[in-house]
Design a protein around this ligand. Structure first.
Ligand code: FMN
Ligand code: SF4
Length: 428
């Protein structure tokens, strides 16, 4: 039996942006059920039981995170992370633009469960269309009594504020996001204290990704046992895999967690372009180490991918075939991370800039074997030494391709030329 999508059901067929259409599909029923039949503790317990793991990158269980909020009388806040800046990742964008009421309902349920005083959606600056869609959807939801004071006459009140970022990757990191939302520079903060204890304006705060929150209405409506019946034992539910790169049908594919890389690429994304061979795949956006063709039968879930040496991350699956030069790709990423470093930490600010400078030299055929040694030594200097993980992330792809595609780097250094692109020219 074909798998029936959950979060993406109706997208491309129905105008779910229209609240009436969303309601006809059962929309806002979970909110009604929660507010009328469940306590906040019941909703929290159901999400915890469902083991809904965060979809923003780390896979941390949402129900456990909500449980870290101290019960000390201070106001609590809920922030939806809609910054989605990870290269190769575009599933939040689709949910926001084509199913905004699902996100609003998920936020309301999470706010109810965590007893949040106010909710925020921090949306990536470039998502102008998504921002407009959300503002319009919120006005519709307010007019219907789903947002605002005394929602559905139950005494529960919640305002949702949409805040646009200004195009910085680092504002996707949760504490950078909070700094930016407060009106300061988007600079990450040292953890601990974690946002659950000291977040927005120093108050207990939950930060959850768009896709994480979009799962909540289904868990409340259909129950944790239903959710646990999809995916794998430790990674239940579906995941929207954003597939890009050298495949015939790039796009978003919602599939059960644990689907194999082979099924995702061959059955859903249409396989490789004609005459090409698979070289490598990044399963979790630009920040993830590469998987190799030998990993095609690997289940894509939060535990199997790390066991194979990479991370599921955002499930932004980037496919490289035999025509892609890994040196040039590493340079492209290095320039991205150097540009996006906020500059607070020396290993990150200097390390990302020098990595890009060295790779530029190697790519031009002016590098030395010593440059390769320097690049290989970056792990001990740039991992675990900074305020946030951008520094660590900036070198994961590079370290993996230096290991698996050392010949390409050496061809650039010793042969002063790109082996891959000259091969392509020769075969053309
Ligand atoms: C450099 C960096 C960038 C990040 N960018 C995003 C992002 O764009 N969207 C996101 O949801 N999480 C991002 N994260 C992860 C967040 O810090 C946070 O863990 C996440 O929003 C929590 O939501 P979840 O538990 O629902 O996954 C990023 C983390 C780092 C270190
Ligand atoms: S690791 Fe980089 S991005 Fe993160 S806080 Fe330090 S300088 Fe800023």
């Amino acid at each position: 039996m074909a798998f029936e999508p959950v979060l993406t059901k109706g997208i491309g067929e129905l105008d779910l942006v229209d609240i009436e259409v969303y309601e006809k599909q059962g929309g806002y029923q979970a909110l009604r059920k929660a507010l009328k039949q469940m306590t906040p503790e019941d909703v929290h317990a159901e999400v915890k039981k469902a083991n809904l793991r965060g979809r923003g990158g780390a896979g941390f269980p949402a129900g456990v995170k909500w449980g870290f909020l101290p019960d000390d009388g201070r106001p609590r806040y809920l922030c939806c992370n809609a910054d989605e800046s990870e290269p190769g990742t575009f599933n939040n964008k689709m949910l926001i633009e084509y199913n905004p009421h699902l996100l609003i309902e998920g936020i309301l349920l999470a706010a109810y469960a965590t007893k949040a005083a106010q909710s925020f959606i921090y949306i990536r600056g470039e998502f102008k269309r998504g921002y407009d869609v959300l503002v319009k959807a919120l006005a519709q939801a307010k007019a219907k009594g789903y947002v605002g004071d005394n929602i559905l006459g139950t005494g529960f009140s919640q305002e949702i504020t949409v805040h646009r970022g200004a195009g910085a990757y680092i504002c996707g990191e949760e504490t950078g996001l909070l700094s930016s939302l407060e009106g300061g520079r988007g600079e990450p903060r040292l953890k601990p204290p974690f946002p659950a204890v000291s977040g927005l304006y120093g108050m207990p705060t939950v930060v959850n990704n768009v896709e994480t929150l979009c799962n909540v209405p289904f868990i409340v409506d259909r129950g944790a046992d239903w959710f646990l019946s999809i995916g794998t034992e430790k990674s239940p539910g579906t995941k929207i895999f954003s597939v890009s790169g050298m495949v015939r049908r790039p796009g978003n594919y919602e599939l059960p967690l644990g689907v194999t890389l082979r099924e995702l690429l061959e059955e859903h994304a249409g396989g490789l372009l004609p005459g090409r061979t698979l070289k490598a795949v990044q399963p979790g956006g630009a920040s993830s180490p590469v998987l190799l063709p030998e990993h095609l039968d690997l289940p894509l879930d939060f535990d199997s991918v790390p066991a194979a040496g990479s991370i599921l991350g955002t499930a932004g699956v980037i496919v490289f075939d035999n025509t892609v030069c890994m040196v040039r790709t590493a340079l492209y990423y290095a320039e991205f991370f150097s540009h996006e470093s906020c500059g607070q930490c020396t290993p990150c600010r200097e390390g990302t800039a020098w990595t890009a400078r060295i790779l530029r030299r190697i790519e031009r055929g002016e590098g030395t074997m010593h440059d390769l040694e320097v690049l290989r030594s970056l792990k001990e200097k740039m991992s675990g030494t900074t305020i946030c993980l951008l520094s660590d992330f900036s070198i994961t792809f590079l370290q993996s391709v230096l290991t698996h595609f050392a010949d390409e780097f050496e061809a650039h250094v010793r042969g002063k030329a790109c082996g891959v692109h000259s091969l392509e020219v020769r075969s053309a």
